[in-house]
Design a protein around this ligand. Structure first.
Ligand SMILES: [Zn+2]
Ligand SMILES: [Zn+2]
Length: 172
């Protein structure tokens, strides 16, 4: 959905719609959409500045980076952005300031789908975890330790230390 800066109504406008993305477009390729992404966005132009305010909502399935089991992660995120004309980009670089909430629009257009995709990608966890305390899988037998210790950890020495030793041995 492309917004033409020069044809924006004076009072701005509002959209409320679903967006569809291919898995290759999102940063985590193992993530799967369980619900369509819904976005509500208000677009308003003041002088040459374009204000985009809105929220995105969806439900995704991620694969836990420790135990490799999929889990659900709801996304419900707000954004408040300012887009400036590309002519100002050079000036901005010279000033050396970088305001994370402002971007630039090019060829007098803004693609709302790209804005939504960028905002969605920002909500993704760097390291997806089903739970902060997820124990992961045993590096020896591959058993999910969340459902109980495997037979590899027989003595009760610090299993994390044991795993570290195994890990270091593998590295050699
Ligand atoms: Zn996990
Ligand atoms: Zn094991």
């Amino acid at each position: 959905m492309i917004v033409d800066i020069d044809r924006l109504p004076r009072e701005g406008f509002k959209i409320s719609k679903n967006f569809e993305f291919f898995n290759g477009e999102i940063v985590d390729e193992d993530a799967v959409f369980l619900l369509p992404l819904h976005a509500d966005i208000t677009v308003r132009k003041v002088g040459e500045e374009v204000y985009l305010k809105g929220k995105i909502k969806t439900l995704l399935s991620f694969v836990c980076s420790r135990c490799l089991i999929p889990y659900e992660l709801p996304v419900d995120s707000y954004f408040d952005l300012v887009y400036l004309p590309e002519e100002l980009e050079m000036a901005r670089e010279e000033l050396g300031s970088d305001d994370l909430n402002s971007s630039f629009y090019y060829s007098r257009k803004i693609d709302l789908k790209e804005v939504v995709l960028e905002q969605l990608n920002l909500t993704f966890p760097v390291k997806p975890l089903c739970a902060e305390a997820c124990q992961g899988i045993c590096p020896v037998c591959g058993k999910n330790i969340n459902s109980g210790d495997c037979s590899c950890v027989t003595n009760n020495s610090d299993s994390r230390f044991e795993k570290l030793k195994i890990f270091l041995k593998d590295k050699r």
